[in-house]
Design a protein around this ligand. Structure first.
Ligand SMILES: Nc1ncnc2c1ncn2[C@@H]1O[C@H](COP(=O)(O)OP(=O)(O)OP(=O)(O)O)[C@@H](O)[C@H]1O
Ligand SMILES: [Mg+2]
Length: 349
């Protein structure tokens, strides 16, 4: 191991942070959460200690959940709260790096459409966590690499990343992002739709954790639609706790609107592509990554609407970290992609 420490790849997701250590793989996967004392602002815990399952629920500190608030300092791959973001990443990097004097190189994802200010914010986060150098890789390129897409291929391919707060759609060709768009409708939007449906039809208010559990139990894989999940919430009128059985079919239907927004955005991007690239997409299709890609039936719905082949990546939650990890394992990969015509390569922040 180098005296300067092993290089790291860090996927700064709104819901989860994943760290890949060179030669080792993903060694950390924790909620991107910081718990603070609501009154004094003092930090009470980070990551898994601060949140429960990425749902925003505070675990009780000193047995009293009410005393803490959970903050999520990243949004759309960028720091939304600079101070907390820096502290969180510093905490995670120290957790995976035993050597206090190590100054590793760090590879991070740069969301499409980022400004120089955004790049500077990512640089601050990395240097604050003792990075000696930072490499920024286009987010969609990292996701595609992690999903096993042959990015050097000149043929166009689409990558759809459905995270917590947003869905990012990009078309890649020659190892570069040639068209992209982001819309604010990730897993959180699906949760809101499910919660609205349960409130409308059953007069029940569900908390975040309950909605998340219901959505996940609808399952990524095929299960009978008549199967029911039981959800527990507070009655709108009486305020009492009550449980109702909810058919998986209803959960599926509740997510129709956010899924349609993704489809519309993807169609818009295909329409903006040059005709030869659009023809490539018809043949090579799209790959789904991010936690939202685990929603049951999403691939089929996109396939029908876009009329292109759509597949879900093998490890959708980890694709971006795995793609960044490939760049860490083989720094020459970035240089080679950079040499391809039209590609976006290494950027020093
Ligand atoms: N089995 C599942 N079924 C449906 N949705 C799921 C499942 N598992 C996770 N999700 C959803 O995936 C989302 C989190 O995905 P992911 O971890 O890719 O986000 P992130 O990378 O942290 O965020 P972002 O990319 O937006 O910055 C959450 O909204 C969660 O509800
Ligand atoms: Mg993500």
């Amino acid at each position: 191991m180098s005296l300067l420490g092993r290089d790291l790849a860090i996927d700064l997701g709104a819901a989860s942070t994943r760290i890949y250590v060179k030669g080792k793989g993903i060694v950390l996967d924790e909620p991107s959460a910081v718990a603070r004392d609501a009154e004094t602002g003092k930090v009470l815990g980070y990551g898994a200690d601060a949140a429960c399952g990425g749902t925003g629920e505070v675990l009780g500190y000193g047995g009293d959940a009410a005393c803490g608030e959970t903050c999520w300092p990243f949004r759309d791959g960028l720091p939304a709260d600079g101070e907390l973001a820096r502290r969180l990443v510093r905490h995670f990097v120290r957790k995976v790096h035993w050597n206090p004097f190590a100054r590793p190189r760090m590879v991070m994802a740069l969301p499409e459409g980022s400004t120089p200010i955004d790049r500077a914010a990512l640089r601050d986060v990395a240097f604050d966590a003792e990075a000696r150098d930072i490499l920024l890789i286009p987010h969609a390129l990292a996701a595609a690499l992690g999903a096993g897409v042959p990015v050097k291929d000149c043929a166009g391919r689409m990558v759809i990343d459905i995270g917590r707060d947003s869905a990012r759609i990009a078309v890649l060709s020659h190892g570069a992002v040639v068209a992209s768009g982001t819309l604010g409708g990730g897993g959180q939007a699906m949760n809101r739709s499910i919660a609205r449906l349960v409130e409308r039809e059953h007069g029940l208010l569900l908390d975040e954790r309950e909605v998340e559990a219901a959505k996940r139990s609808a399952g990524a894989d095929w299960k009978p639609l008549h199967r029911q999940v039981v959800v527990r919430g507070r009655d709108v009128e009486t305020g009492r706790e009550r449980a109702v059985p909810l058919p998986v079919q209803r959960i599926y239907e509740a997510t129709r609107q956010p899924v349609e927004s993704i489809v519309r955005a993807a169609v818009g991007i295909v329409e903006r592509c040059p005709p030869e690239l659009a023809a490539d997409l018809g043949e090579r299709g799209a790959v789904l990554v991010g936690g939202g890609a685990l929603l049951r039936g999403l691939g089929r719905r996109l396939r029908t609407a876009l009329c292109i082949p759509v597949r879900r990546a093998e490890r959708p939650l980890e694709c971006v970290a795995l793609g960044l990890g490939q760049c860490v394992d083989d720094l020459g990969l970035i240089a080679r992609l950079r040499r391809l015509p039209g590609s976006v390569g290494r950027r020093r922040a």
